[in-house]
Design a protein around this ligand. Sequence first.
Ligand code: G1P
Length: 292
Amino acid sequence: MNISATIKKAVLPAAGLGTRFLPATKASPKEMLPIVDKPLIQYAVEEAVKCGIEEFIIITGKHKRAIEDHFDNAYELEEKLKTSGKKKLLEEVNKLNKINFAYIRQRAALGLGHAILCAKPFVGDEPFVVILSDDLIEPSYNLLGEMIKVYYEKKSPIVALDEVPISDVQRYGIIDGILEGEVYKIKDLVEKPEPDKSPSNLAILGRYILTPDIFPALETQKPGAGGEIQLTDALSRMAKKKTIYGYPIKGKRFDAGDKLGYLKATVDFALSNSELSQKFKEYLINKVKALL
Ligand code: G1P
């Protein structure tokens, strides 16, 4: 296992059913839901590109073809933008043209752990990043870059952590760990515990740096919460044999896989969008005044 290799690959699971956003996600992927003018999955890709990631392995399922089309060239559109002199839009559309994308179909919705396992032939023997695009990180904060830096020091798997209200622990993987300097040394991880049985309120958020020994762990992983093969359970077994770290987030995260989180992200991103911020702020102020 080449744990010292440079991290160049990212796995983006995108095969979930998106039930929380039905009917919007009936025939189109939740990863394509836009925040202002960009789909969630593009924020994830751009975040990783900023950190030197060159190859993306996207795990797709039914109704996910829009993702492939989104990251493909769009000749007709590009020609139109060129001839009408819309240079800025053309640049925006072409931004990710040089990035490599591979798509693997997860044939059955057997869980996040199973989705990651599908990437095994493409990842090979190197450490890699996992990004869950419905966990949206404010673009000015380089969480992944910080995690990669810690990885190069420790050469061990790292999960990003966020503190959540204890009433919300059932929605996440939760860790039990001890803070050592700026990272948690993880003793155990539990997927979606009941609040009264939860070891803490430190939730795993959708950024992981994994080593290839996760694959044999996933291959032998039995179904857990929700009857699915859980990445958290495989990491929990791994934590008994080697050190796994938790990296507490220092910036803002939005749970865009949840309607309220999605709306909050939209408001924040619109307020920091140079074209929209002034008018949107005025609108919001008037709206709040009317509500008081
Ligand atoms: C997944 C993971 C969970 C993690 C969460 C972060 O859950 O299984 O451990 O805390 O992502 O968003 P899901 O949101 O797919 O239910």
